[in-house]
Design a binder for this molecule. Structure first.
Ligand SMILES: [Fe+2]
Length: 385
C-alpha cells in the first residue's frame, strides 16, 4: 500500500510543530513621553507583534481583556525580527503594566501563515511596568553614564542603584560599544545587560557617541533606539527638567581616511544647530526649572574637529539660554569645567567611563553625585533653582 505523507505536513501545527518564535532581546522602553511610549524587542524568526496594556494594580493581568497595540505600516502589520510598538493616548504620570507578544509568520507555499506565539511572562513573574513622564512632577531622579565600551561589569556596578519607582530614567551618553558590528554584538556588549538590570521598566535615553557611528551595523542604530522626533538629536521634558540631547557625530574631520568618504557630520551638526535655535524658544524649555544638555563630545578641552564643531555651532546658542549643566563623556577623563562667561555660562561635567552621575532634581535644587563602581561618592554638585 502506498502511503501519502503529505497530509502529515498539515497535521504538524496540531501536533505542536508549527513555526516557532523566540524573543531574543528586550523588551526595553524607548521614547517615553507624557502620552506615549515605544517598546522594542527582537525575535529569532519573522513575526508580527503586539503589546497588551493593563492599568497598574495587583489584579490578574487577565482579570479582563486588555487592549492590544500593534506595529503597523501603511495599514499592514509589520512582519520582521525587530519589533517597535508605539502606544499613544496614555495618561500623564501614570503607571501601566504591559505584556509583549510575537507570533511567527512564515511563507507556506507562497502564502503567509502564522505559527506559534512567544510572550513575556505575566504568571510566575509580575508583569513589566512603566510610568509615563509628567511635566508637573516636582521631583526627578536619573542616572547618566557613558563610554562603557562593552564593559558589562562596570555597567552592572554603575547601575546598581537604578530601580523602577526610584529612578525615572537612565541616560547613555555615548560610546556604550566600540563599534556597531551587528545586532547580537551590541546586545552582547551592553544592551542585554541593561534589559536585565532595568531597561524593561526604566526608560533609556541615548545620546549617540562617535563609536556608535562606526561599524557595518551603524546605519541601524536609530531603529533600535527610536526617538519621538525620529532623529538622534531630540528633547524631552520630565518633571522639572528639560533635556536637550545632541548628537556630536564623529571626532575627526569628515575627510579623515578612517571614514572612507562616508562621513558628512559637519552638515549634520549644522542641521542640529538650526533645530537648536527653535528648541531653546520652546515653551517646555523656557518653563522648566532646570535645563540640561546631553552631548557626547565636550566642546572644550580638546582641539579636535568634533569638539570645535560642538563649541562653534552649539555653544553660542546655549550661552545665555539658562542651561543648568551640560553632561559630556568621550575623553575618558573626569573633568569639571566651571562656567566661563565668554563661551558657556554654565558648568560642563565630563564624566569618566567608570563613574556614573546620579542626579536628583527637587523644587529647590538639582544635585549631581558622581559615584564610582563601588558606589563611593566622589563629587557632589548642587545647582539651586
Ligand atoms: Fe567618544
Amino acid at each position: 500500500m502506498k502511503i501519502n505523507f503529505a497530509f502529515l505536513f498539515w497535521l504538524l501545527p496540531v501536533w505542536g510543530f508549527a513555526q516557532q518564535v523566540k524573543i531574543t532581546h528586550g523588551p526595553y522602553l524607548q521614547a517615553l513621553g507624557e502620552n506615549e511610549v515605544t517598546i522594542v524587542w527582537t525575535t529569532d524568526n519573522p513575526a508580527v507583534s503586539w503589546v497588551e496594556l493593563a492599568p497598574a494594580g495587583d489584579d490578574s493581568f487577565y482579570a479582563q481583556e486588555r487592549p492590544q497595540y500593534c506595529q503597523t505600516r501603511h495599514g499592514n502589520r509589520v512582519v520582521g525580527q525587530l519589533h517597535q510598538v508605539t502606544i499613544q493616548g496614555l495618561e500623564r504620570g501614570t503607571e501601566y503594566r504591559y505584556r509583549i507578544f510575537s507570533q511567527a509568520v512564515f511563507d507556506q507555499s507562497g502564502t503567509l501563515s502564522c505559527g506559534r506565539v512567544a510572550s513575556s511572562n505575566v504568571y510566575s513573574k509580575k508583569p513589566l511596568r512603566f510610568t509615563t513622564s509628567d511635566s508637573q512632577k516636582t521631583d526627578l531622579s536619573f542616572v547618566a553614564l557613558n563610554d562603557i565600551h562593552g564593559r558589562q561589569d562596570d555597567l552592572r556596578a554603575l547601575c546598581g542603584n537604578v530601580k523602577y519607582g526610584k529612578t525615572d530614567l537612565v541616560i547613555f551618553n555615548g560610546d556604550m560599544v566600540d563599534r556597531m558590528d551587528g545586532e547580537q554584538q551590541f546586545f552582547d556588549a551592553f544592551m542585554d545587560e541593561a534589559v536585565k538590570l532595568f531597561a524593561g521598566e526604566v526608560p533609556v535615553f541615548y545620546a549617540r557617541g562617535n563609536h556608535e557611528t562606526r561599524g557595518t551595523f551603524h546605519p541601524y542604530f536609530a531603529d533600535y533606539f527610536p526617538s519621538r522626533n525620529g532623529q538622534l538629536y531630540y528633547s524631552f521634558r520630565h518633571g522639572p527638567v528639560h533635556f536637550i540631547v545632541l548628537d556630536s557625530g564623529e571626532d575627526k574631520p569628515d575627510s579623515d581616511v578612517e571614514y572612507f568618504g562616508l562621513a558628512r557630520f559637519d552638515a549634520y551638526r549644522s542641521q542640529q544647530q538650526e533645530w537648536l535655535k527653535k528648541e531653546i524658544e520652546s515653551e517646555s524649555f523656557r518653563s522648566a526649572s532646570y535645563r540640561m544638555v546631553i552631548v557626547h563630545i565636550p566642546p572644550t578641552g580638546s582641539d579636535w574637529h568634533g569638539a570645535a564643531e560642538v563649541k562653534n555651532k552649539f555653544l553660542p546658542l546655549l550661552r545665555h539660554a539658562g542651561i543648568t549643566v551640560m553632561f559630556c563623556g568621550h575623553t575618558h577623563k573626569y573633568q569639571y569645567i566651571a562656567p566661563d562667561d565668554q563661551l558657556h555660562d554654565f558648568p560642563i561635567l565630563i564624566n569618566a567611563p567608570n563613574t556614573a552621575l546620579e542626579v536628583s532634581a527637587t523644587p529647590n535644587a538639582l544635585s549631581v553625585k558622581r559615584k564610582d563602581t563601588a558606589g563611593k561618592e566622589l563629587n557632589v554638585f548642587t545647582y539651586k533653582h
